[in-house]
Design a protein around this ligand. Structure first.
Ligand SMILES: Cc1cc2nc3c(=O)[nH]c(=O)nc-3n(C[C@H](O)[C@H](O)[C@H](O)COP(=O)(O)OP(=O)(O)OC[C@H]3O[C@@H](n4cnc5c(N)ncnc54)[C@H](O)[C@@H]3O)c2cc1C
Length: 466
């Protein structure tokens, strides 16, 4: 990319911009070089960037931590990193709400809330994400009576092209609110959010080994047996772990990690065997057995601050795909997936992660109008082999489609407009609103043009191609 002439920018924009910045996603499965990269510190900065982009006919993309495992956060035009918009604006102890800038990381938010005796009601697997990124993709945790994280938002501020600054909530610009709670960066830039929290709490977690058939035969009871339930299945085996967590008044009993068990073997040996499997993928089933026996065959019990219990280390960079299907179909879809993996001799890395999320009324949320079971598959990045990988992904997606699945937006998936409009009742409303708020397509990028508008475009992004 040619050198951009910064002399054409005004003093403030010059100060907060860089050019030719290469950004990678967490798993390093995609990267992108934008023409200009901004680190604004205020809403006024963002307004100036929007004006500049309009004048120069460039696209804009707000980014958080760029953790989305796809080209969703990328743009060939201007990138706005939200990382410096990370302040806590107001804590209301009576209402148990907090108002923050959208670039705040979940880690920082957890710590700030803890100082005030508050906590989020549910969390996703890791906390190195921004609240803006989490909301924009309907990021979820687990708990059959807990919605995705966007459902905890009371109101938000959106900077749009056509309507300027919009404050949105259930009662103010309510349509925009329902669309913005899973906006994919397509409507404008979220600058502030107010989040409903609860009094800080401890979670008691129990992780126990179990057999897949037992879980599937008792799925409904297991899913409702604790506030937060997930399970991991180790493909090519019948082994699973169930993880359950409940709010607790007991004394804290933090998890004890050992260097030998958790780091030396649990990380380095695990990595070594994955590396060796690269040369013979037929060893993956044995590796899954080994990982289960060594790391997961014994029960684990601990009690700690909620946010320390919800999150865990995702270990190695990975390709992921995750779809949400109606909860009552979960049992059949998981059985089909197992049968399909075995019949087709797919070397499927462990674990397949299964989580449960309450229904909501957010227009593009995969849980719109139905309680869902998310089924997520992974393939560790440095160790995968392209051909089985493609076959695995295609087979998995075809099973998810046959059970009315909706893909997680942040993850690389192959559902496009003609299918999306069938599975999302509010898809057309979202598109119409997008056109109203962003008539010139300022906030569109290749991912959105491809998936939402059916255009055949790709980000300049060689690493994403397999
Ligand atoms: C290790 C790992 C674990 C994960 N665990 C989970 C999980 O448990 N559950 C789950 O559901 N997902 C999970 N994800 C996916 C992740 O939650 C989403 O990809 C999330 O969007 C990442 O947040 P981010 O801050 O990195 O956003 P980015 O990836 O930077 O951005 C995501 C999207 O949000 C838009 N955006 C960001 N900020 C704003 C803003 N202020 N205004 C408007 N648009 C904005 C971007 O334009 C982009 O479209 C995980 C991902 C990784 C890598």
């Amino acid at each position: 990319m040619g050198k951009f002439d910064k002399a054409t920018l005004d003093g403030r924009l010059k100060k907060i911009s860089k050019y030719n910045v290469k950004i990678y996603n967490w798993a390093k499965t995609s990267y992108n070089t934008s023409e200009l990269y901004f680190e604004p510190e205020s809403e006024d900065d963002i307004k100036k960037i929007i004006e500049l982009a309009k004048r120069n006919k460039k696209n804009i993309r707000a980014i958080g931590m760029v953790h989305s495992p796809s080209d969703l956060p990328f743009s060939d035009g201007y990138i706005i990193s939200m990382n410096k918009l990370n302040r806590v604006i107001k804590v209301d102890l009576e209402k148990k709400t907090v108002t923050v800038e959208a670039g705040i990381k979940i880690t920082q938010l957890n710590e700030e809330l803890s100082k005030h005796g508050l906590a989020l009601s549910n969390l996703c697997s890791i906390s190195d994400l921004t609240i803006g990124g989490v909301i924009s993709t309907a990021t979820h945790g687990t708990g059959v009576n807990f919605g995705c994280l966007s459902t905890q938002i009371k109101c938000l501020t959106l900077l749009t092209d056509s309507h300027g600054k919009m404050n949105c909530s259930e009662t103010m610009n309510s349509d925009v609110f329902k669309a913005a709670l899973c906006n994919l960066g397509a409507l404008g830039i979220i600058t502030q959010v107010t989040i409903q929290c609860e009094t800080a709490y401890l979670l008691e977690a129990n992780q126990i080994p179990a057999k897949l058939n037992y879980i599937l035969d008792n799925l409904d009871a297991i899913v409702h047996s604790a506030e937060h339930v997930r399970f991991w299945w180790f493909p090519h085996t019948d082994d699973c772990i169930t993880w359950k967590a409940n709010r607790s008044n007991k004394r804290p009993l933090p998890q004890k990690l050992s260097y030998i068990h958790d780091t030396l073997f649990g990380f380095h040996l695990h990595q070594l065997v994955l590396y060796l499997s690269r040369f013979r993928s037929s060893t993956v089933p044995k590796i899954n057995q080994l990982i289960f026996s060594f790391k997961f065959s014994k029960p684990i019990h601990f009690i700690d601050d909620s946010y320390k219990v919800f999150c865990f280390d995702c270990l190695f960079s990975q390709y992921v795909n995750e779809w949400a299907i109606p909860i009552e179909k979960a049992k059949y879809a998981i059985k089909d997936l197992k049968r399909w993996i075995e019949t087709n001799e797919i070397s499927a890395h462990c674990p397949v992660e299964i989580r449960f999320v309450d229904q909501d009324d957010i227009w593009l949320s995969p849980a719109y109008g139905r309680k869902v079971c998310y089924i997520g598959i992974i393939m560790y990045r440095p160790y995968f082999q392209p051909v089985p990988y493609r076959k695995y992904w295609a087979g998995y997606e075809s099973i998810m489609r046959s059970y009315d699945g909706r893909p997680h937006w942040a993850k690389a998936h192959t559902m496009f407009r003609s299918e999306l409009e069938k599975v999302y009742p509010k898809f057309q409303s979202f598109i119409e609103l997008q056109k109203q708020l962003d008539p010139t397509g300022l906030f569109l990028n290749p991912y959105l043009r491809r998936h939402l508008f059916g255009e055949n475009v790709d980000v300049k992004n060689p690493k994403a191609k397999l």
